[in-house]
Design a protein around this ligand. Sequence first.
Ligand code: ATP
Length: 356
Amino acid sequence: MYKIAVIPGDGIGTEVINSGVEVLKALSKVETNLPIEFTEFDWGSDYYRKHGIMMPEEGVEELKNFNSIYFGSAGDPEVPDHITLWGLRLKICQGLDQYANLRPVRLLPGIGSPLKDVDETDIDWAFIRENSEGEYSGIGGRSHKGYSHDTAMDITLFTKQGVERIQRFAFEIARSRPRKLLTLVTKSNAQRHGMVMWDEIFEEISEDYKDVTTDKMLVDAMTTRMVLDPKSIDTVVASNLHADILTDLAAALSGSMGIAPTANLDPDRRHPSMFEPIHGSAFDIMGKGIANPIGSYWSAVMMLENLGELKAAQKLMSAIEKLTSDNKFLPRDLGGQSSTKQVTKAMIDIISGKNH
Ligand code: ATP
């Protein structure tokens, strides 16, 4: 029995995760030997309004009892962003040392890209984002608030161990992919301490991965390459901030923010990993029933892969690809007319082998 902690969170997070759970339940019914038990947690901004915290203090400890965490999003118009982010998602990622953030990016069949003349073979990338330190270390301070000399400082922290472990993970992912090509993205011309260390460690580690071809890009040049020469890219590793920005661009280039999944992984398997769509709470469409739930399905694929359920993962991915290529039940952000409920039903029908 797989024990999954479900944290729908805020905004459209609840809508897409509820849809994902329904789809996983349908999959669990048709697959032999895929028993899943879901336990839902009401953590998020409503919880914050009642208790003054986004999740209980002992919450991270509680999550250690699960095999995986299935997460929606955190964000609310009435609660400052740094509270929603640090109080829930980052608290879990850091508390469970989920140091590797993996984001596959593919142009799915039937989905158009804003780029001209690209097809499914042009965009097939794996982004690896450092997820535990760097620009989002949380170290820093503020002083003289309210005065003209108000001062703020955010410290970027790179540790040799932190950089090494994420780069090794990236080399392993690159090695597992057919092209075996890994691009290191930094800004080591301007950020001349930490990013230079990234370059040095990359050189060292590449000695252990002679079968992986490597190259390096500065982050600004990488944005151009993604737009102008997407086919030249395979696996990419970058710091917390740089990869955060690049992967939003990647999601847009592959069709919509609503499709892209992500996994916050503990590759050392000490603790459960967390799977979520990359989009946020999207207040502009919340409660309207039109959120695209595909990112939550693809996140569930990553969760099943992480659990070693490769056949079930493949079945779910094939169902997503059938949904997008059929083109009959697409949500609005992908140019269709279907509501979240209709997309959910279409997915469940595909999984259970019912024809439309
Ligand atoms: P964050 O919580 O990271 O601040 P956000 O709530 O501002 O994010 P994003 O997730 O960055 O919003 O998405 C930007 C916009 O893209 C949303 O306002 C919404 O219009 C659209 N969008 C994002 N995800 C989806 C989705 N699943 N379905 C439909 N539209 C989406």
